[in-house]
Design a protein around this ligand. Structure first.
Ligand code: ACO
Length: 374
């Protein structure tokens, strides 16, 4: 009998030098550096550079990336027109997927798969996605586009373009941490999707558009949005017990818990939880914190399944003021750094990704005269 690896569970499909997830030690290294150290000391832009190039940038290299990012933050007219054509009810993941597709279709270098061109496109996507995400949230609120400010770093400018008010440094620091933690996580579903598309020698934009589609699902990136929906549904810490009784009886998945690789805790959670604690204190959000703790302790004690990064990031983005629907596009803005690093790694040592399947349909049969009249 063929040994079918449903969901590719446990299958090692390739090497990667970009990140190492170690479920034994609950650790995550980006190019050898513990993600916690990077989150505590680096701007998101430097981490993106590390993922793309293998080393942290020198002062000059960082200045070059920062200058490029600041110069390319505007929403292109064609992209804005495309977003404006979409209904306000469109899911923001569909909006950002469409916007990236339009950007790619308008780029004359889209088909240039050289590393130099792909680095350029990666930098461009890093710079441009925040404007797409920020503008879409604003238009859903009946607000207009806010032009970027080149005196602000990535995190502060993202908040500025979303909320049109002077960014709060406490919020910007927590946001920067979330971007770094979300930036990369080896062969997850969306990154693998990007690598599959790249393996056909399609262009970088196509691979990123496909990755956005894969990230949307609630078993992957869509979980940060789903976490907030369940916290809203439960309401208060007192309701957790009865809510969980019913949810588990009806075999519901509790969003923000569990992971294919980590089985005893997600390496990124303590760092994001610390950022959430800062926000809770900053906004006096004790009720939300009690609900968060009550659901975690009750679910972990019943099932032994631990929170993943989406559990603390969902309520963090809520406290920062983002709409729940915007949470997964924020994940896109961060993960595009990892996706593009993997796209370039795949392209550099490519083999078409084409697994096999075991056929279990009907045995061979013939039409025997069942041919429609001409
Ligand atoms: N709630 C309830 N039960 C769960 C959960 C959960 N969140 N996660 C796992 N389980 C249970 C399953 O029902 C299953 O039970 P069974 O053996 O009795 O059928 C068992 O644990 C194994 O679960 P699988 O789904 O088979 O494990 P897998 O490794 O495939 O799943 C996954 C990982 C998909 C992430 C799962 O834990 C899940 O659905 N979690 C909720 C969605 C979520 O938070 N996704 C975010 C992932 S991390 C990220 O993208 C940043």
């Amino acid at each position: 009998m063929t040994d079918i690896k449903k969901g590719l569970a446990g299958v090692v499909v390739d090497y990667t030098a970009i990140s190492k997830v170690n479920p034994e030690t609950n650790s995550l290294l980006y190019r050898g550096y513990p993600v916690q150290e990077l989150a505590a000391t680096q701007p998101f832009e430097a981490v993106a550079y590390l993922l793309w190039h293998g080393e942290l940038p020198t002062e000059e290299q960082l200045a070059d990336l920062v200058a490029f990012e600041r110069a390319n933050r505007t929403l292109d007219p064609a992209v804005k027109t495309a977003i404006d054509l979409l209904p306000l009810e469109a899911h923001p993941m569909d909006v950002v997927r469409t916007a990236v597709s339009v950007l790619g279709a308008a780029d004359p270098a889209a088909f240039d798969n050289s590393r130099e061109s792909d680095v350029e496109k990666s930098r461009l996507l890093l710079a441009k996605i925040p404007a797409m995400v920020a503008y879409d949230q604003r238009r859903r609120r009946g607000q207009g586009l806010v032009e970027p400010r080149d005196d602000l770093d990535y995190a502060h400018n993202f908040l500025w373009m979303t909320f049109d008010e002077e960014p709060d440094p406490v919020v910007a620091a927590a946001f920067n941490v979330s971007m770094i933690l979300y930036a990369e996580h080896s062969f997850n579903a969306s990154t693998f999707t990007a690598r599959v598309i790249t393996s056909t020698m399609a262009d970088l934009y196509s691979a990123v558009v496909g990755a956005i589609g894969a990230l949307k699902g609630p078993l992957h990136g869509g979980a940060n949005e789903a976490v907030m929906h369940i916290l809203d549904e439960i309401g208060t810490a007192q309701n957790v017990g009865p809510w969980l009784d019913e949810a588990l009886a009806s075999k519901r998945k509790i969003m923000g818990f569990g992971h294919r690789v980590y089985k005893s805790g997600d390496s990124r959670v303590p760092t994001m939880k610390a950022a959430l604690d800062t926000l809770v204190e900053h906004y006096d959000a004790d009720e939300l914190a009690e609900l968060y703790d009550a659901l975690e302790s009750d679910f972990v004690s019943r099932k032994g399944i631990y929170p993943n990064l989406d559990y603390p990031s969902g309520p963090s983005y809520h406290l920062m003021g983002f709409d729940t629907l915007t949470f997964t596009p924020l994940f896109v803005a961060a993960r595009v750094a990892g996706w593009t690093a993997h796209i370039m790694e795949q392209a550099a040592s490519n083999a078409l990704i084409r697994p096999l399947s075991e056929y279990n349909g009907p045995d061979e049969r013939h039409l025997d005269g069942h041919v429609p009249d001409a």
